[in-house]
Design a binder for this molecule. Structure first.
Ligand code: TXA
Ligand code: MG
Length: 319
């Protein structure tokens, strides 16, 4: 078994990556499981570690817009506008890939998902290695994404050599993914950027993806704890209906009187959903270790960041 170390040695992390190994890295959204995107064998290691189906493509992380040009071509005007406005940051764009990006990264599609992450350590790592890094969220397939190094350790202890310690993630939820099929800006995954801000930047409404497009939605069950989750509008009703079970509640601006406060986590006290988004995965990780029979989560208002939060809660509740 491999000894897994958590630390801040960027040079060591860089050395491992240059030698074809997988390293967990911090980003401003969630921790990623990174490998050299130009090396198909290294990329394959990520799929194996995550137990991820080969038809679910990975995001490539690069240092700056110049690098985006290096690995993609025919970048739509609107993609550039978004990159200029939101990068470095939690934006992923789907662009035509150049041949240098191996098919294993993109599940043999012509587009590559590419983003410029904001975390300082990871930016330095991208600089030192000079490599594009393929990195999905550092969790086993369908489990909750990690927002701290300890979440990663819990899931990959003994399986990877190094976790680069970057503190708790700022955003706490994955990047927003935008694609441009036939030059129509399309939302592939709601994420840490408010959709309204994206639409304001490009001046048009986003399309929702069609059914044949490869999206995270292909896998309805995703972001799930081991404990069953029920995401509902009326938590009191579900608590009564499941009386007799040991229930934990995730709510956002009010506790319910139906359960002791110790069984409840309030994600945010106001309708500013940034805080709630930031705490969402850490709360689910924590609740999953409490041995509840059932977690009941209250659906958020369906606007702004609430769209992404509800998407994750709804997927967590798919059996
Ligand atoms: O915030 C994030 O995006 C994090 C951090 C680590 O960067 N990464 C992340 O990666 O969430 P992952 O693999 O967990 O989710 C990426 C999603 C996948 O569900 C995949 O379906 C979609 O991006 N994707 C990747 N390449 C794609 C492509 N060429 N076309 C359509 N969807 C793509
Ligand atoms: Mg993921």
């Amino acid at each position: 078994m491999i000894k897994t170390v958590i630390g801040t040695d960027i040079d060591y992390a860089a050395e491992l990556l240059c030698n074809g190994e997988v390293v967990a890295i911090p980003t401003e959204t969630v921790y990623g499981l990174a490998a050299n995107a130009l090396n198909p064998d290294s990329v394959q290691k990520i799929y194996n570690l995550k137990n991820r189906p080969a038809d679910n493509p990975l995001i490539v992380h690069v240092a700056d817009i110049e690098q985006v040009y290096k690995y993609t071509y025919d970048i739509p005007e609107q993609a550039l506008k978004l990159l200029e406005k939101f990068s470095p940051g939690p934006l992923t764009v789907l662009l035509n890939k150049k041949d240098i990006i191996p098919g294993t990264v993109t599940a043999w599609q012509d587009t590559v998902a590419i983003r410029i992450p904001k975390h300082t350590l990871t930016q330095v790592l991208l600089d030192i290695t000079g490599l594009p890094l393929a990195a999905p969220s550092a969790n086993p397939f369908t489990y909750i994404s990690p927002t701290t190094s300890m979440h990663v350790f819990k899931m990959f202890d003994g399986k990877i050599r190094y976790i680069l310690e970057g503190g708790a993630c700022d955003a706490g939820i994955e990047s927003t993914i935008i694609g441009f099929p036939n030059n129509n800006p399309t939302l592939y995954r709601a994420g840490a950027i408010d959709i309204a801000d994206i639409e304001k930047t490009i001046g048009v409404k986003l399309n929702m993806p069609d059914k044949v497009t490869r999206t995270p939605g292909m896998h309805k069950k995703h972001y799930s704890p081991f404990t069953p989750v029920l995401t509902v509008d009326d938590i009191d009703f579900e608590i009564k209906r499941n009386s007799g079970l040991n229930i934990g509640v995730v709510t956002y601006n009010a506790y319910t009187d139906e359960l002791p406060i110790d069984n409840q986590v309030m994600l945010g006290t106001t309708d500013d959903m940034t805080v709630a988004m930031n705490k969402l995965y850490a709360t689910l990780h924590d609740m999953d270790s409490k041995r509840y029979d059932l977690i009941i989560a209250k659906r958020f208002p369906a606007n702004g960041l609430g769209v992404a939060i509800n998407d994750r809660l709804d997927r967590a509740s798919k059996q």
